[in-house]
Design a protein around this ligand. Structure first.
Ligand SMILES: Nc1ncnc2c1ncn2[C@@H]1O[C@H](COP(=O)(O)OP(=O)(O)OP(=O)(O)O)[C@@H](O)[C@H]1O
Ligand SMILES: [Mg+2]
Length: 279
């Protein structure tokens, strides 16, 4: 496979792309939507992908999530190449390792919110507590009282939150989220980012989020910028951009703990996650 699955410190590289390429051909027209991207993502990273409309963000996310097969290049997940994998093997990787939040929510219109959340469970081994877990996740995203509603009875932001609960139901190692806050107001975006941060910190879930919003990107640890299907920047950030934009500079007490509103919000979200986990 030719890809070193571990970095020097021994943290597993959960996703490794080398010269990953996706070319769409329409008649005589060729679009290099993803044009030779090399990228490696360590387990537990919280990363944003930014770039203008048409720069290849969704295509890259779909390649990383094995929803699309690349035209060329290498992709390894958990240290194993997926290039020669069968459709069934790719489906198993998607089912067991990856939670998707799509740019358009892709909820099933005839199913209720809780049934939509439970949908991924249909395809794996039996989950006797599936309904209970789905209900807890709907609570987590603030939709406990909407479990019986169908998508057309929910607002755009509520549908997106159902989609997020659905992405979490299989306890994925990686969450790939395409503009998950695009339809949300700033308060709901903040809650969502807090939830994702909590999942990342407490459960070690690797998160890759596509966003146009610099504040959202600033709340992650790493920002990759695309232009014309290529990576043009790959920068670390301190993950505090969103909080700073909302609350100003944090104040630190003697224990190094945050006293400001942002700190309290994090504590509240931590409590919420603990409740869902039954601690
Ligand atoms: N199925 C397809 N067939 C042909 N061209 C496509 C297809 N999907 C995407 N493209 C083209 O590939 C390029 C990258 O598209 P992509 O959807 O990845 O962009 P994006 O960065 O996600 O944009 P946006 O911010 O608008 O969602 C665009 O030029 C687009 O027109
Ligand atoms: Mg897109």
């Amino acid at each position: 496979m030719g890809i070193d699955a571990r970095n020097r410190a021994g943290t597993p590289r959960i996703l490794v792309a080398e010269a990953l390429t996706k070319v769409y051909v329409r008649g005589a027209n060729e679009v290099r939507a993803v044009d030779g991207i090399s990228l490696s993502v360590r387990a537990g990273e919280f990363m944003a992908i930014m770039g203008r409309s048409g720069s290849g963000k969704t295509t890259l996310l779909d390649l990383l999530g094995c929803l699309l097969r690349p035209s060329a290049g290498e992709l390894a997940i958990d240290g194993r190449s997926v290039i020669g994998a069968s459709d069934g093997e790719l489906a198993a990787i998607r089912r067991e390792r990856i939670g998707f939040v799509f740019q358009e929510f892709n909820l099933i219109p005839t199913l209720t919110a809780i049934e939509n959340v439970m949908l991924p469970l249909r395809y794996g081994p039996r989950h006797p507590n599936g309904r209970q877990e789905a209900a807890a996740l709907l609570d987590l995203v603030g939709l406990g009282s909407r479990a019986a509603h169908r998508p057309n009875e929910l607002s755009g932001g509520e549908q997106q939150r159902v989609a997020i609960a659905r992405a979490l139901v299989n306890r994925p190692a990686v969450i790939l989220a395409d503009e998950p806050t695009g339809e949300l107001d700033s308060t709901t975006s903040e809650t969502l980012m807090g939830m994702l941060r909590g999942l990342n910190r407490d459960r070690g879930v690797t998160i890759i989020i596509v966003t146009h919003d610099a504040g959202i990107a600033g709340a992650t640890d790493r920002v990759v910028r695309l232009s014309d299907g290529k990576v043009v920047a790959d920068e670390r950030s301190d993950g505090r951009g969103f909080e700073r934009a909302l609350y100003g500079e944090p104040s630190l007490n003697g224990d190094g703990l945050h006293n400001g509103t942002g700190g309290r919000v994090r504590v509240l979200l931590g409590d919420l996650l603990d409740r869902v986990r039954g601690r």
